[in-house]
Design a protein around this ligand. Structure first.
Ligand code: ADP
Ligand code: ZN
Length: 211
């Protein structure tokens, strides 16, 4: 299965993508993580994307489209994948349609105020990219990653001003992508719930996958 996950930054895309991927035995391809990895490895691409990411702007379409297209050609993606964070613009959605046949687009809907509240508590493990939340999804030991023992940090682009910018871009650039998939009959939308497990249940129901 090839599934696209849409939703505002902080809507819980990454978490639900991970659960779906685990259930279906296919990888999650997260463009945010691909870009952060490129930055950490100090590649030329990484240097180019740093300013855009820190400011909460999107990186150029051609760059991200090429990155994703290459990644999807790899062996582990042949049986399917969950795309988290791509497509984020209409141009990206159209490009993806040219090299992949998507089975479903799942939109996780969360209001702006709730997003701003959530982002303040968001933490990430720089070593393995797992995300946590101080209230809704805390690690067993405060500040430490359950999976690898890494020390959790706040992402540089999770500050208030940057979050507002990212929300603005989401409404302008990414919401039209929902319409694109709706017209193709591929859109499933669920409202993000306060409790992670409640959202998960709705996500699996919407995609008709048993938990
Ligand atoms: P979130 O999980 O909060 O939605 P991501 O980790 O997916 O955030 O993305 C972080 C940043 O990476 C974005 O703000 C943007 O700068 C860049 N980015 C990620 N995916 C894309 C994309 N498909 N197109 C352009 N830029 C992207
Ligand atoms: Zn970790």
């Amino acid at each position: 299965m090839k599934i696209v996950i849409l939703g505002a930054p902080g809507a819980g895309k990454g978490t639900q993508a991970g659960l779906l991927a685990g259930r279906l035995g296919i990888p999650t391809i997260s463009t945010g993580n691909l870009l952060r990895a490129a930055m950490q490895q100090g590649t030329e691409l990484g240097a180019q994307v740093k300013d855009a990411m820190d400011a909460g702007r999107l990186v150029p379409d051609e760059m991200i489209i090429q990155l994703v297209r290459r990644r999807l050609e790899e062996e582990d993606c042949q049986a399917g994948y969950i795309l988290d964070g791509f497509p984020r613009t209409l141009a990206q959605a159209q490009a993806l349609g040219g090299f992949a046949q998507i089975d479903a687009a799942l939109s996780i809907e969360v209001g702006d105020e709730e997003i701003e509240r959530r982002m303040e508590g968001r933490r990430i493990c720089p070593a393995c990219q797992t995300t946590y939340h101080t209230e809704s999804n805390p690690p067993k030991k405060e500040g430490v990653c359950d999976k690898c023992g890494g020390l959790l940090v706040t992402r540089r682009d999770d500050t208030r001003a940057v979050v507002e910018n990212r929300l603005h871009i989401y409404h302008e650039e990414t919401e039209p992508v929902k319409e694109y998939y709706r017209r193709q009959g591929l859109l499933a939308a669920v409202r993000g719930q306060d409790k992670l497990a409640d959202t998960t249940q709705r996500v699996f129901e919407a995609l008709r996958i048993s938990l």
